[in-house]
Design a binder for this molecule. Structure first.
Ligand SMILES: [Zn+2]
Length: 483
């Protein structure tokens, strides 16, 4: 079995991605086109993202619940924009138990409707608000051009759904969860995302405003990595979510929803991967450290494994996620390439000579070649490894940030935008209209990513005009190629 490499990114980025997903053993295509089988290593990566999110949701007062997979079609039809937006992607069940159903059931594409229905019952008075719920679930949106993790017909996600007494509180919640997403992306996934508001045509079907975190991938394309929606009273009116206010009047509640999906795994692959495969941020890596014993004779084998057990004892002291590679019959070179492919942040090699020196040979995944190698004495190994994991985490964020910043541009004319989107994202005064965005997309293939919050202190600033069509600008928007 020869160690095999991935297609270089510079040769074919799309094939590089597919190769990494397969060779790092993350996922594979399912018998139904557009569906994916997430393999244990890929699922463990998702689980770590999931728990990083879940703890943040709980810390901000949300509770998990579960709602049904099947949604009556009449529910989907209640909110006009929602039905229009989701109908083309729906999977619909028409038969159950061998009989045609009286009412077809949608397989949930998202749960605003069924949760809105429940909220109408749960919420009676202002004392029931705010109601802060999250659900971990799978959803189905029929996908015509599937890509593993990035676009799949069925995917895993969380969807937060909240109801509030006032508009201000609902907007505050929408932005709070956007911050939670950004914090998770930056500090756990080492991806420096940009927070912004989507244009009206890019927003969620049924929302008043949609906010997103946008991440730059290794080919400069954008990946919308999480969204948070201010739904106004749209779903409250469609599902009759009302409460008795303190002044004894009946009021509609204000609702929000927000989601992050297994798409984030695709983001981690493309934000950090290189021509040797994955590079995983330690905080979400299934294995933070891999121990690879090297031996030729049976006698050596006993010696290196005895020492490896000492190393394991050390690592257990600091709660590091490690894995001992006990595989037989594979060359050290093959194993090293394999763990590099899987993006393990730190590798500890143990050969007979290392045992004699009471040390291990450490390799950092983020620093290629000799520069990333150092002998490490077993004394104090745990603390040293822990510190180096922090260094790797910080280095990946730094590299991703430097890469992103080198590909963020600002344009004052449409011609400048055209040039800039060939090599990154272009920030430009933009009207936000559909006609203008359609034109830009058709002529440059770049879509509006968001109006970044950081670059816009006010909306509709006086005198500012769209650099493409000349209409009054809504604000400055990023345009870029996107997944
Ligand atoms: Zn315009």
């Amino acid at each position: 079995m020869a160690a095999q490499g991935v297609t270089p990114r510079s040769e074919d980025y799309s094939r590089w991605y597919t190769d990494v997903v397969r060779m790092a053993d993350l996922a594979e295509n399912a018998p139904v086109r557009g569906c994916m089988i997430i393999k244990p290593y890929g699922y463990e990566l998702w689980e770590n993202i999931k728990s990083a999110l879940d703890s943040r949701f709980k810390a901000t007062g949300h509770r998990n619940a579960y709602f049904p997979l099947f949604i009556p079609m009449s529910f989907i039809n209640k909110e006009a924009e929602h039905v229009e937006g989701f109908t083309p992607e729906l999977a619909v069940v028409t038969h159950g138990g061998g009989k045609e159903l009286e009412e077809p059931l949608a397989v949930r594409p998202t749960s605003e409707t069924v949760i809105g229905h429940a909220f109408a019952d749960w919420i009676q008075s202002y004392r029931d608000l705010p109601l802060l719920i999250n659900q971990w679930a799978n959803v189905v949106r029929w996908e015509l051009r599937p890509r593993l993790f990035l676009r799949t017909t069925e995917f895993l996600w969380q969807e937060g759904h909240t109801a509030h007494a006032t508009q201000d509180e609902a907007i505050e919640e929408t932005l709070r969860m956007l911050d939670v997403y950004a914090d998770m992306a930056i500090n756990e996934c080492a991806i420096p995302v940009i927070k912004g508001v989507k244009s009206q045509q890019e927003k969620f079907a049924g929302a008043v405003d949609s906010y997103s975190i946008e991440a730059m991938m290794g080919n400069t394309w954008a990946l919308q990595s999480g969204t948070s929606h201010f739904l106004g009273e749209n779903f409250a009116k469609a599902f009759d979510i009302k409460y008795l206010a303190e002044d004894n009047t009946q009021q509609y509640a204000w609702t929000t929803s927000w989601g992050v999906s297994t798409r984030m795994v695709g983001g981690v692959i493309m934000a950090h991967g290189d021509d040797k495969g994955l590079r995983l941020p330690p905080r979400i890596a299934p294995y933070q450290v891999v121990i690879t014993p090297i031996w030729k004779t049976d006698e050596d084998r006993d010696t290196v494994f005895a020492f490896a057990m000492q190393v394991e004892d050390e690592l257990r002291k600091v709660d590091v996620r490690y894995h001992l590679d006990e595989r037989d019959g594979l060359s050290p070179g093959f194993k090293f390439n394999d763990w590099e492919m899987r993006g393990v942040p730190i590798r500890l090699e143990i050969g007979p000579r290392d045992v004699d020196a009471a040390s291990v040979m450490l390799s950092r995944r983020d620093i290629p070649g000799r520069d990333g190698k150092m002998p490490l004495p077993i004394d104090n190994l745990a603390d040293k490894v822990n510190g180096l994991l922090d260094d790797v985490q910080a280095a990946l964020l730094r590299q991703a940030t430097e890469y992103r910043d080198a590909h963020l541009f600002e344009a004052s004319t449409y011609d400048e935008l055209k040039e800039q989107v060939a090599d990154g994202w272009s920030l430009i005064w933009h009207c936000g209209t559909r006609e203008c965005e359609d034109r830009i997309k058709e002529e440059t293939k770049a879509s509006s990513r968001c109006f970044p919050l950081e670059d816009n202190s006010e909306w509709h600033p006086q005198g500012a005009t769209c650099a493409v069509c000349g209409k009054p600008a809504y604000g400055k928007a990023y345009f870029g190629r996107a997944y």
